[in-house]
Design a binder for this molecule. Structure first.
Ligand SMILES: NC(=O)c1ccc[n+]([C@@H]2O[C@H](COP(=O)([O-])OP(=O)(O)OC[C@H]3O[C@@H](n4cnc5c(N)ncnc54)[C@H](O)[C@@H]3O)[C@@H](O)[C@H]2O)c1
Length: 417
């Protein structure tokens, strides 16, 4: 017998949207809380979905791929029977313990029961690219986190109040969890000049004051099945110690409840960027706020995944491709376009103009720029609200933004009958 859940928190917008988690810790309360968080997250980013969430209480390492497939398809069947999945009802996505593989199984099962449906692909997001997925969904949450922290760090006066210099460049970062969110967050932060001095996984952690090469650590862990013993980096046996390490930014990107009233007094980071959902407990946040440590809340900072899921859903509904899937193909086509323009107009374009056209806009450019725009705008909304309403922290301000928008929906829609 396997316990599984799907929760829909608010129908102010439909479909509801939220990931499916596979973990031994899954329980009804957790799924309910995560579904509520999804409502607020979508509202903060102005993504027109209600909140939903799913969970299957299993330890994935105990099952082979065949059995995981059977579990996923069985779970999807239950969702279909109860009308808890569909492009207009409820659209799942990946979360802890699931990825594109599981999403493909869900899509395939749904399709079996909806023959002839022309938008069946929009029943789930985070699918593989070959199965109507979208470029950029895999890295979306980590990329969005980087855009968010970049925006946070660009306000000179806010950084001064924390005793930090503006910008991501040179910021010393510790990341917990090297999964989808943690790996991509670390990678994109590193690309912006941040120094990843520590990475914590459940089997242990690594520390290197000069910075860890995120890609190399990721491949090392995949090859050796452990993060430990990487180059000259120092092994940290108890990886929880890394949460309390001296750094500028701490990114907990594994599971909830990692920073509690017990360890909050010892946190040395100046900024805590919530990659995971709920990594800082309410009691811990009070302590961090009192200690002038800025917590950038999950409902904003890890909303990149659902934002790009929205683009994938739109793409599936419209049955279009957002530009060329393949950059080389895109460039080849654009070169032809340049030739055609020159031939038709009889004018030869400048080298600069040709370069611009050839580069063009592929699906990746559209997804990345859409995500960037969403993250930047949302941070400005939250920061303005914090200043205007004098909220104690960014989370309260984000709640005000989200609840105002959701309330406006309910009020404007009214009651029926
Ligand atoms: N995937 C998404 O798009 C997405 C979007 C928003 C929020 N989130 C949230 O981000 C968190 C991580 O999700 P994910 O998709 O990256 O999951 P994942 O399964 O890809 O990765 C999680 C990683 O955390 C590690 N981990 C587990 N326990 C740990 C511990 N005690 N200490 C250190 N590392 C530990 C795991 O080994 C794994 O590598 C979850 O809270 C999830 O709800 C995910």
């Amino acid at each position: 017998m396997i316990e599984a859940y799907r929760v829909q928190h608010s129908h102010h917008k439909l479909p509801t949207k939220g990931g499916i988690r596979y973990a031994e810790t899954v329980n009804e309360d957790e799924v309910k809380a995560l579904a509520a968080l999804m409502s607020y997250k979508c509202a903060v980013l102005n993504v027109p979905f209600g909140g939903g969430k799913g969970g299957v209480r299993i330890n994935t390492s105990k099952y082979d791929s065949r059995t995981l497939e059977r579990i996923t398809r069985r779970y999807t069947m239950e969702l279909i029977k109860k009308n808890f999945i569909g492009p207009a009802q409820d659209v799942p996505a990946p979360d802890y313990g699931t990825g594109p593989r599981e999403m493909a199984w869900i899509y395939s099962t749904y399709q079996e029961f909806h023959p002839g449906s022309i938008n069946a692909a929009a029943c789930v997001t985070g699918k593989p690219l070959t199965q109507s997925g979208i470029i950029g969904r895999n890295e979306a949450t980590g990329l969005g986190l980087m855009y968010g922290l970049r925006e946070v760090c660009c306000f000179r006066e806010d950084m001064q109040a924390l005793g930090l210099s503006p910008g991501l460049e040179g910021k010393r970062v510790v990341v917990q969890g090297l999964g989808n969110v943690g790996y991509h967050s670390a990678k994109f932060l590193q690309e912006q000049g941040a120094i990843i001095i520590g990475i914590a996984e459940y089997e242990g952690g690594l520390f290197d004051e000069n910075g860890l090469d995120v890609d190399a650590v990721y491949h090392h862990r995949r090859a050796t099945k452990s993060i430990l013993n990487f180059g000259r980096a120092r092994n940290i046996k108890n990886s929880r110690e890394l949460l309390e390490w001296d750094c500028d930014i701490l990114v907990p990107a594994a599971l909830e409840g990692q920073i509690t009233e017990e360890n909050a007094p010892r946190i040395k980071a100046r900024i805590v960027g919530e990659g995971a959902n709920g990594p800082v407990t309410a009691e811990a946040e009070e302590i961090l706020t009192r200690r002038n440590i800025m917590v950038v809340p999950d409902m904003y900072l890890n909303a990149g995944g659902v934002t790009v899921s929205y683009f994938e859903w739109l793409k599936n509904l419209a049955r279009v491709s957002f530009g060329r899937m393949d950059r080389r193909y895109n460039e080849m086509n654009n070169r032809r376009l340049v030739e055609a323009i020159e031939k038709a107009s009889g004018v030869s374009l400048s080298a600069e103009m040709k370069k611009e056209i050839v580069k063009g806009a592929g699906e990746r450019d559209l997804v990345y720029s859409g995500l960037e725009d969403g993250m930047v705008t949302a941070y400005h909304n939250i920061r303005e609200t914090k200043l205007q309403k004098k909220t104690p922290n960014l989370r309260t301000a984000a709640f005000v933004v989200a609840l105002d928008r959701i309330a406006a929906n309910y009020i404007e829609l009214g009651l029926f009958p």
